[in-house]
Design a protein around this ligand. Structure first.
Ligand code: NAI
Length: 270
């Protein structure tokens, strides 16, 4: 169902790899809500993914950009404003990758060049995106920037590995940049902390099947899906949340405030 929440708004969506991606669902919803968008992803992901399909569906153009490259980001922002015909109203950062996880390196046995690469892609890239937007004065007043995160930033989930540290850093950037973006440009910056979701990045976490089933049983409303995350993001991109900024917003069916659920207790009763 569409509410025309983003009618006349323009934005950039990072990170749509395939139809499971949270960014894919968000691009579809933003289009339904009346927005004009530019899609972007790392050049390598474009070759592997299906972003062309999404571009066709949403009538949008694609501009490749490695989110760790300032040059790519500056080019993306400049071209997006040309294509969309003005400054931007929203940006979604939906990017994550740990080389240690990919290569099976345990948290206690990290290869630090892998750690640095994963941090650059998953965390520092959010600062780079914000800084490029800020310096180019590319955001309209009351615009909205959102990045996706996970609760391992606050609590330990052993197999989330160095992504936990990356997410803590990412959430801190939303607060720190949110201050300056708010003061200087009246732009809000938030993170959404999403339930485990079966995507390429999600399924890369060791033991994901058990992990997602456990989270579902621990959440009074059940896990939030990628489509539901896209719905929530629409509210943050819309004018209905103008004074929400510098927040980490849990979108997790209640998981983060649940100590234990009856379903989980039952598993331990003899
Ligand atoms: P996904 O695998 O569909 O998306 C990750 C995206 O990051 C891909 O499109 C990939 O190409 C992109 N990417 C990787 N390196 C890049 C680079 N150098 N430059 C630009 N883009 C790059 O997976 P998903 O789950 O949709 O991930 C989106 C976000 O949601 C990530 O930040 C992830 O950590 C977060 N998240 C995911 C959860 C899950 O369980 N799937 C739970 C909570 C948060």
């Amino acid at each position: 169902m569409s509410y025309n929440l983003l009618k006349g708004k323009r934005g950039i969506i990072f990170g749509a790899l395939d139809e499971n991606s949270i960014a894919w669902k968000t691009a579809e919803r933003a289009h339904e809500e009346g927005a004009q968008i530019v899609l972007t992803n790392a050049p390598i992901a474009m070759r592997m993914g299906k972003i062309n399909e999404l571009a066709e569906k949403t009538g949008s153009e694609i501009i490749p950009a490695d989110a760790t490259s300032e040059e790519d980001l500056n080019n993306l922002i400049e071209k997006s404003m040309e294509i969309l015909g003005g400054k931007l109203d929203f940006v979604l950062h939906s990017i994550g990758m740990s080389v240690n996880v990919r290569k099976g390196k345990h948290y206690t046995d990290q290869n630090y060049s892998f750690t640095e690469k994963g941090w650059d892609v998953s965390a520092l890239s959010f600062h780079k995106v914000c800084q490029s937007l800020y310096k180019a004065d590319a955001m309209n007043e009351w615009g909205s920037i959102v990045a996706l995160t996970y609760m391992a930033a606050q609590r330990t989930f052993p197999d989330y590995n160095d992504m936990a540290d990356n997410k803590a850093y990412l959430e801190s950037i939303a607060r720190s940049f949110g201050y300056f973006f708010g003061k200087d440009k009246k732009v809000r910056v938030n993170t959404i902390s999403q339930s485990p979701t079966p995507t390429t990045a999600g399924k890369g976490v060791k033991g994901f099947d058990g992990f997602i089933a456990y989270a579902d049983k621990m959440s009074p409303l059940g896990n939030a899906t990628a489509a539901e995350c896209a719905d929530y993001t629409m509210t943050l991109f819309s004018d209905l949340t103008k004074k929400v900024t510098m927040q980490n917003l849990f979108h997790d069916g209640g998981f983060s405030n649940t100590g234990v659920s009856n379903e989980v207790i039952e598993k331990f009763e003899k």
